[in-house]
Design a protein around this ligand. Sequence first.
Ligand code: MG
Length: 387
Amino acid sequence: MKITDVELIRFRLPTFSHGTKWGYGVDGEEHDGVQSLTKIVTDDGVEGYATGGVHSYFYGASEDEIERLVKPLLVGQDPLDRGLLWEWMKANRGFSEALVGNIDSALWDLAGRAAGQSVASLMGRVRTKARAYASTAPNIGSPDDYVKLALESRDRGYTAFKIHAYIYADPSSLNPTPGKPASPKADIEVCEAVYAAVGDSMDLMLDPWGVYSLQESLMVGREIERMGFYFFEHPMDERAVEPYRRLSAELEIPICGPELAAGMHYSRAEWVAQKATDIGRIDVNFGGLTACRRAVDMYESFGLPCEMHVGGFGNAAILGSTSQETCEFFERGLLYPSNHPLGDYDKTPLYLKAPCDPMDDEGNVLLPQGDGLGFEFDWDFINENRI
Ligand SMILES: [Mg+2]
């Protein structure tokens, strides 16, 4: 089998996201965004896909990258030489880790389709469902609004709830505040309110998305440690490792990260060596399923769990082929209260016929079991909205 072409399919998809201003997404009026599929074509007729763009968090390759970098490397090659192609992409400094991730994901999808198996099965399936946590959007309102969402999440079946409180926004006005991204005291008020409402029946986590200082992390970490929070995720900028080493040494509550650090599984191994984290973190934007597989196996070998960052089909395949002890949760979100325009997370995205993460009443995501990564695209919608 040989790769004959790599295509980028771009189409309009309604979104509320207006991208990032100073590091975090800003929602506003609904408008058309761009979603894309990277499609790898072979002479056997087998295809492989990866998604990117405005839906969810996955990197969409650009036309320029496909023409200039991807096609010269891939066309003419056997797509089942996935490991070799990964080495070539990694060695080519033009490829970002996210682009490696996008192409590697499509190659895994293709391999699964060629074998008539799910990618989780190719990797060695361990389970078909995974425990979900409700992952809140940041800046959704007052502590009462977070409590409302926590109660709604518990009613929906969730057994765990992760708070993104006030990130680059003033807690009272919710207006963006680039000069003061962190509001640790207001974040503690949210945590206290949610803990009082559902702390007896849900595992709780906090993710300040890297905006705290070390002192703020220690102060907030001690408070949520007292409340028995399950983990404390990505509290500080992950470009500095030493503050994480000190934080992990000072606190009992498990510290989860790095989420955004460059370096795929290699940098994560350094974090483990530095004892800078208690629970690992990665997603397929960092070198694809190949790098994620290596990361979770590395963490498992050191007796550490690894929480996959965000949902999506690629991360779901990693969850399906690892034990609950290593990758416990599927991150479902970002969630808004039911009265918000984005309040119905269970609605299937328009370009798909089935979501990647349907959830049962006990708070478990039923992982995709279709061939490859399990995509079921709505080609009518995609073709009608093609750019
Ligand atoms: Mg996070």
